[in-house]
Design a protein around this ligand. Structure first.
Ligand SMILES: [Zn+2]
Length: 392
C-alpha cells in the first residue's frame, strides 16, 4: 500500500520502491522490478532464469530541490542458449545514466535565458552533457511569409563579431539566426531558398545598409524595401546629440556638466516632459541658437513620424529635408543628405506604418540577456539553437 503511494509520487510504473534515503544535498531511491519472462535478444525464446544482479545509479529529475539518484537493482537473465542480458526499462534508454525525463527536463530548461553551467548544476550533469543535449535539438527554418526583416546584433560567436536575425515582424517570430552579415554569406544563404518562396515576399525591412538593400533587390524582387523606423529616426537623434556635444566643448566646465546631465531633456519629445523639465529645456535652448534650431528640427521630425496621414508625411518629409539642408548645422545637413539618399525606403516606412522592426528589438534584448547570463557563447550553432529556443 505504502509502496504504491511512493510509486505514484515517483511516477515510474514498472518499478518497486524499496527504500528512500534523504541526505542534505541528494535523495537516493532504491528500486527494483518484478521478474517476468523476457525474450532472448539472440534466439528469441523466452526465459525467466535470473543470472545475477547489478546496482546502477541513474540521475533523475531534481526532487525537492535536491539532486536525485535512482539506485536500480538491474537484473540479468540467462537464456537456455547461453546468452546473458539485462532487462529493458521504458524510463531509461539503454546504456544511459539518466532518465529520459531528466533529458527532457534539461531540454526544456534550455528555453530559458540561463547559462549552460547553471542548467548543468540544477540538473546534476556536466556542462558537456547539456551541450550534447543542445546538439540534438535541430531547428529547420520556417517558410518565409510576405514580410521579412533583417537586422544584425553583436553576438561575437563563431569568430564573427556580428550575426544576423531574420524575423517575420507581422507574426512576431524569429525565422532564423545567421552566423554572419557578410555579403558573401548572405548571398549564398538566400540563393539556397527556393525562388517561389523568395518571390512571395512583399515587404523587406532593414536598416540603412547597402548590402541589405542590394540583397533585397536581387533575391526579393517583388518586395517593397522599408527602412526600419528606429534606424532612421536614430539619425535625427544622433544629429542633435552631435550639436550638443559640439556646443559643450566651447562651454565653461560647470555649464558643460549641466548640459551633459540634461541630455535627456533635449532628446525626449517636448510633449512628454514634465512642466518643470519643459522650463529647464526652454532655458537650455534660450541661450543657444544652434541647439534651439536643432531641437526644432528634431521635434518636427518626430512629429512627421507620428503623423497618421501619409500624404502629409511625404510633403513634410521633403520640407524637412530642404530646411535641414539650409540649416547651416553640419550635423543636420549630413542627416538630411542621408534621408535624401534613402528617401524612397523611408517614405515606404511611412506609407506602410504598420510594418516595423519592433519585434526584432524585443528579440535582441533577449539575446543580450542570454549572452550576459552565459558570459558569451562562442559556438555559433549552440548560440543559434539557444536563441531560437528562448524566442519561440
Ligand atoms: Zn537465447
Amino acid at each position: 500500500m505504502h509502496n504504491h503511494c511512493i510509486n505514484k509520487l515517483l511516477n515510474i510504473e514498472e518499478v518497486i520502491v524499496k527504500k528512500v534515503i534523504h541526505a542534505d544535498t541528494f535523495v537516493k531511491i532504491l528500486l527494483e522490478t518484478k521478474p517476468r519472462e523476457h525474450p532472448c535478444p539472440l534466439c528469441g525464446s523466452f526465459t525467466k532464469r535470473i543470472h545475477d544482479y547489478r546496482m546502477q545509479a541513474i540521475k533523475d529529475l531534481p526532487f525537492q530541490t535536491k539532486h536525485c539518484y535512482l539506485l536500480l537493482k538491474k537484473r540479468r537473465y540467462v537464456c537456455s542458449c547461453g546468452k546473458r542480458f539485462y532487462e529493458n526499462y521504458r524510463f531509461l534508454p539503454r546504456y544511459f545514466q539518466r532518465t529520459s525525463r531528466l533529458t527532457a527536463f534539461i531540454a526544456s530548461a534550455l528555453h530559458d535565458t540561463r547559462s549552460i553551467t547553471s542548467v548543468a548544476e540544477m540538473c546534476n550533469v556536466s556542462p558537456t552533457t547539456v551541450n550534447r543535449i543542445l546538439d540534438t535539438i535541430v531547428f529547420q527554418r520556417p517558410t518565409f511569409s510576405h514580410t521579412l526583416s533583417i537586422d544584425e546584433f553583436k553576438g561575437n560567436a563563431g569568430g564573427e563579431k556580428y550575426q544576423c536575425i531574420l524575423v517575420d515582424p507581422t507574426k512576431h517570430s524569429v525565422l532564423d539566426i545567421l552566423p554572419s552579415r557578410s555579403q558573401t554569406f548572405l548571398t549564398s544563404y538566400f540563393r539556397g531558398i527556393p525562388k517561389a518562396e523568395r518571390y512571395r515576399v512583399k515587404f523587406f525591412v532593414c536598416d540603412m545598409w547597402h548590402p541589405y538593400t542590394d540583397l533585397a533587390k536581387t533575391f526579393f524582387p517583388n518586395a517593397t524595401i522599408i527602412i526600419d523606423k528606429y534606424h532612421f529616426i536614430r539619425q535625427t537623434t544622433w544629429a542633435i546629440e552631435n550639436v550638443r556635444k559640439r556646443l559643450q566643448k566651447t562651454m565653461p566646465a560647470t555649464l558643460r556638466k549641466y548640459y551633459k546631465r540634461s541630455r535627456s531633456l533635449i532628446l525626449t519629445r517636448y510633449d512628454k516632459l514634465k512642466d518643470e523639465n519643459k522650463r529647464a529645456c526652454d532655458l537650455m535652448l534660450l541661450y543657444n541658437d544652434d541647439l534651439r534650431l536643432a531641437h526644432y528640427l528634431k521635434e518636427w521630425f518626430y512629429r512627421i513620424c507620428q503623423n497618421p496621414k501619409y500624404s502629409e508625411q511625404r510633403k513634410e518629409f521633403w520640407d524637412w529635408i530642404s530646411t535641414a539642408e539650409q540649416s547651416q548645422l553640419v550635423e543636420f545637413e549630413k542627416c538630411a543628405a542621408t534621408y535624401r539618399r534613402w528617401s524612397r525606403e523611408i517614405l515606404n516606412a511611412f506609407k506602410y506604418g504598420h510594418i516595423t522592426n519592433g519585434p526584432t528589438e524585443g528579440f535582441n534584448n533577449k539575446i543580450k540577456v542570454l549572452k550576459r547570463s552565459s558570459y558569451g557563447i562562442r559556438n555559433f550553432e549552440h548560440f543559434r539553437t539557444r536563441i531560437l529556443l528562448t524566442t519561440r
